[in-house]
Design a protein around this ligand. Structure first.
Ligand code: G3H
Length: 525
């Protein structure tokens, strides 16, 4: 376990500005202070909480001003941005990428200090996001090209393309405050929608630099940033009835609460990534070395703070001894330290600790044991704990831990884990570890009807981002990925006419004569 020794390395992230009407505006009202999960070790050995920055707690009037600039930008579909051609829209994103790159080091440092993500993982979050924007632009070009031709169907000629929905309100999670939120923002704006984003409280610090990159980059009202307390600023946005899509990655109860504020439920489209409790099924012929490594990464990468983390391991009794010994050894060897030094285990947000303790106590009281040998927890270091045997009556069996607790359930009959997957409310992904093709085939063929992705001898994960990322039951609404998200945030629309000479001429004039942005062909490659 390590602490920060040098107070001069502590950043001061004064996120006093937010974006309204495409430009930075300075807030002079109350601010929310942000404290790091890291601690400063003083010369006398005492530990001190570290303040790293602050963000504006804007009020309802400021939130309404942001909403107005967004409504004005979309202009009920007549605005410059929704009517712009794809070819005209793309350069704004190229400029945005350039300006984000200028902020790369700041953004990485903000992730390191604010959410204690290791430098390596924080760097990968930034780089993956840039790659996501670049790949989305390429996909949009392909999509545009695929809709270039006019269709002739009987006596009808038509052009079918994709059009925006309107105003999109995005909220993302603390564990990927840039990457996952951008996974909804970028496709939404690329498709001609306009966006308001509310950063999460924990994870907000990167938005100081995103705001810097946004200043003057997009036309007014296309991409706005709303800092503040959810209960003050989210309500006026949602209650206005102006939002057409709510893009949300986080807990289902928050999503449902905000969704219910909208006065016109039929107008509101939802794009959600919600709670998950991905299961690993370790069969009696699993390769133990490979399974241990994948389960280690799957349960404890970034301390288990991933929606795709493996959150319940079902272990065949024939492999119990071998797996538990190797797995616990591997868990206890994970280096812990400050994220700047790229350890595997880093400090956790203060506000999460009581929840982890509660899950742990409950499991211990109901008969589970911590079977590895974790170091003694100090302050925000909560070392990984392997819990065995876990039973159905324990909270950790059902609740998403989103942290370094690894519950393991022994089984003999494959119907035991299957019945859990059938009954659970979650449906994001699962992993199967084993070798026998017949057994695996049988599992795969129905598990694909219960979850969004089945991983064979690998951990659960979202990437590569080109693959569809979705879930069933209460785990997701809609599909994200470089390609799917463009479809999710747009509606197929048609312009058609009768195939008589006069109307064919009109269609030609609108398209080939380049009169209509919708109907014309733009050379994109
Ligand atoms: O927190 C949920 C993320 O979507 C997980 O993404 O599998 O790439 O870590 P990842």
């Amino acid at each position: 376990m390590k602490f920060i020794k040098d107070s001069s390395s502590i950043p001061v992230i004064d996120a006093r500005e937010y974006i309204v009407g495409g430009k930075k505006v300075t807030w002079d009202g109350p601010m929310q202070e942000i404290f790091s999960p890291l601690r400063l070790e003083k010369d006398d050995g005492s530990l001190e909480i570290i303040k790293i920055g602050q963000f504006p707690l804007i009020d309802e009037d400021a939130a309404r001003a942001i909403l107005k600039s967004t409504v004005d930008a979309y202009e009920r579909g007549k605005g410059e941005w929704p009517c712009m051609s794809v070819k005209e829209r793309i350069p704004y994103f190229e400029r945005f990428i350039m300006r984000l790159r200028e902020q790369r080091e700041h953004i990485i440092q903000a992730l390191v200090w604010d959410i204690a993500k290791s430098t390596k993982d924080a760097t990968s979050e930034f780089d993956r996001t840039i790659q996501y924007i670049e790949e989305s632009i390429e996909e949009l070009r392909k999509l545009e090209k695929s809709t270039e031709d006019v269709m002739h169907v009987g006596n009808v000629i038509a052009k079918v393309k994709r059009s925006p929905y309107g105003i999109v309100f995005c909220m993302g999670p603390y564990n990927y405050p840039m990457n996952e939120t951008f996974a909804t923002i970028i496709p939404a704006i690329l498709m001609g929608n306009v966006v308001i984003v509310k950063p999460p409280k924990r994870g907000s610090m990167v938005y100081k630099y995103i705001v810097d990159a946004l200043d003057g980059t997009f036309p007014p009202g296309v991409f706005s940033v709303l800092f503040g307390r959810g209960r003050t600023i989210v309500e006026p946005i949602m209650k206005s009835g102006e939002v057409s899509i709510f893009g949300f990655i986080g807990a289902h109860n928050t999503a449902n609460h905000i969704n219910a504020m909208h006065p016109k439920p039929n107008r509101l489209k939802r794009v959600y990534g919600l709670d998950a409790k991905n299961m690993a099924i370790i069969l009696n012929d699993a390769d133990i070395d490979e399974t241990v490594q994948e389960c280690l990464a799957g349960t404890l990468s970034y301390n288990g703070q991933r929606c795709t983390a493996l959150k319940l391991l079902y272990l065949h009794k024939e492999k119990q001894e071998e797996f538990l010994r190797a797995f616990c050894q591997a868990v206890d060897c994970l280096p812990a330290g400050i994220p700047q030094e790229d350890p595997k285990i880093t400090p956790l947000p203060d506000e999460r600790l009581a929840f982890y303790q509660g899950l742990l106590q409950d499991a211990l009281e109901k008969g589970a044991k911590v079977i590895n040998e974790p170091a003694l927890d100090v302050e925000t270091y909560f070392y990984p704990k392997v819990l065995f045997p876990v039973t159905k009556d324990m909270r950790i069996f059902k609740e998403e831990q989103f942290g370094p607790l690894v519950p393991i359930v022994p089984f003999e009959d494959i119907e035991e884990p299957i019945s859990v997957i059938l009954d659970t409310e979650y449906g994001q992904q699962c992993s199967i570890f084993g070798k026998d093709p017949d057994t695996i085939a049988e599992l795969v063929d129905f598990l694909v009807n219960l979850v969004g992705r089945v991983n064979l001898n690998t951990q659960c994960q979202r990437g590569p981002d080109i693959l569809p990322f979705t879930g069933r039951k209460d785990s997701a609404v809609g599909t994200l990925s470089v390609k799917d998200a463009l479809l999710t945030f747009s509606l197929q629309t048609v312009v058609s006419t009768k195939a008589d000479e006069q109307n064919k001429d009109l269609f030609r004039e609108l398209g080939d004569g380049r009169r209509s942005k919708y109907l014309r062909k733009d050379i994109l490659f």
